[in-house]
Design a binder for this molecule. Structure first.
Ligand SMILES: [Zn+2]
Length: 426
């Protein structure tokens, strides 16, 4: 009997995976692709390096930030000679940070066996861990488990559906009657797996380890959407590990999808956003053209006046960014945002040991219009609005091994605890 059960489990796993995958969908291999960190010590060299951005077979993971002199670029094997020649000609030094990206992808996420998953679910009531990156079904199963187990404290609401029809599940962790609210989201960009992993870590701690985190977190209504872009997230697991946008069928291959973090209705279509569907920063056909951003914004607007804090978790780079993103400009309460940002950075360092840089989004990183943070501040009027770029600083980049989930999750938790204190003092 046991043998039959074991056999069924072994057979069921690949069958389930097949069911989810459209027949035409292939898994994209990054065999032989390299991640380079290129240094451009002068403005002239930066200018030269930027011309790489539009080169075939090159994908920029992190462009030259305002405060840095390096650029992280992924180079496909067929372009390696050409890129090497270009870098040599321009006297640009570089390090090969990842020699074979596919090998890094294969090593990033050691998944538990079906037996271990089964055992876990039996023991804990859900399949979620913070030792590996999980599929959407496990994340949603965890939220539902919390709502069932802690009905006084936790509720789950599907606020709408993604463009492919997956539910957008917001978990509410209630404070005292009349508490102010904080909104957290993750997974706007599909490939930034550390974001939903860290946000679910926060959820777990705020619910199941509630007494360990001080009084301020208990006096907040938390609204948390751990996976804003569920279609892209699943696609990044199934097919293309480096997928960023949502899955709107606006074209084939790279031309599908809208960058949800350029689709918000605040300074939409300005600097750092593109009108071309094939670009990674395609802003969509209009502001809030995508269901994921539209639904999120409506939900926040429905809580207007009570939401005093907003954090959107992304990766990578270790930045705590506050408005504005559309231009190198600041709101009039810049000093407040900066002060709380520095407190957040200190708390994150204490909690996990990584250093985070604080500053205005455009001034610190680069201009980007139509971002969720600018909308949260500019339209929804949420005072303490931040985008946090989690680990690392470009050694694994998007392919951050699962062993870093817990230290990064601790940092993310420390950030929102600090924010809770700031909001409660308003
Ligand atoms: Zn991002």
């Amino acid at each position: 009997m046991l043998l039959i059960i074991a056999l069924c489990l072994v057979l069921a796993a690949p069958l389930r995976a097949l069911e989810e995958e459209p027949v035409s969908e292939l898994r994209i291999s990054y065999e032989g692709s390299k991640l380079l960190k290129v240094t451009a010590p002068s403005d002239e060299k930066k200018e030269a390096l930027r011309t790489l951005e539009d080169t075939e077979g090159v994908e920029v993971w992190m462009t030259i930030a305002a405060n840095s002199s390096t650029m992280d670029v992924l180079v496909k094997p067929e372009s390696a000679d050409k890129v090497k020649e270009f870098l040599d000609e321009n006297g640009l030094q570089f390090d090969v940070v990842i020699d074979d990206l596919q090998a890094a992808i294969d090593a990033e996420n050691p998944s538990p066996s079906p037996e271990e998953m089964e055992e876990l679910e039996g023991r804990k009531g859900h399949r979620m861990t913070w030792h590996s990156y999980h599929r959407l079904a496990d994340i949603h199963g965890f939220l539902d488990y919390l709502a069932q187990t802690y009905p006084q404290l936790v509720s789950v609401e599907t606020i709408g559906n993604s463009i492919e029809g997956r539910p957008l599940k917001v978990v509410k962790i209630s404070g005292q009657p009349g508490s102010p609210a904080i909104w957290l989201d993750g997974g706007i960009h599909a490939r930034e797996w550390i974001s939903p992993a860290s946000v679910t870590y926060i959820i777990s701690e705020l619910v199941e380890n509630r007494d360990a985190h001080g009084e301020a977190v208990k006096n907040i209504d938390w609204y948390i959407l751990p996976v804003v872009n569920p279609d892209g997230y699943e696609y990044s697991h199934r097919s293309d590990r480096l997928w960023r946008k949502n899955r709107r069928a606006s074209g084939a291959g790279r031309c599908a999808g809208t960058d949800l973090n350029r689709n918000f209705d605040y300074k939409w279509g300005g600097a750092g956003a593109s009108k071309e569907p094939c670009k990674e920063i395609y802003a969509g056909s209009g502001p809030f053209s995508e269901p994921e951003t539209y639904v999120l914004s409506n939900f926040i607007q429905s809580k207007a006046g009570t939401v005093k804090g907003y954090v959107s978790f992304h990766s990578y780079g270790q930045y705590i960014l506050h408005p504005w993103g559309y231009a190198r400009a600041y709101p009039s309460d810049h000093a407040d945002l900066s002060n709380v940002g520095r407190k957040i950075a200190n708390a994150m360092y204490q909690a996990g040991g990584a250093s985070y840089t604080v500053g205005g989004a455009a001034a610190t990183l680069y201009p980007a219009s139509g971002g969720s943070d600018d909308w949260a501040r500019g339209t929804a009027g949420i005072k303490y609005t931040y985008t946090i770029e989690l680990r690392d600083r470009g050694f694994f980049g998007f392919i951050l091994p699962a062993q870093y989930i817990i230290p990064t999750g601790r940092e993310a938790l420390a950030a929102v605890k600090t924010l809770a204190v700031a909001v409660s003092e308003l």
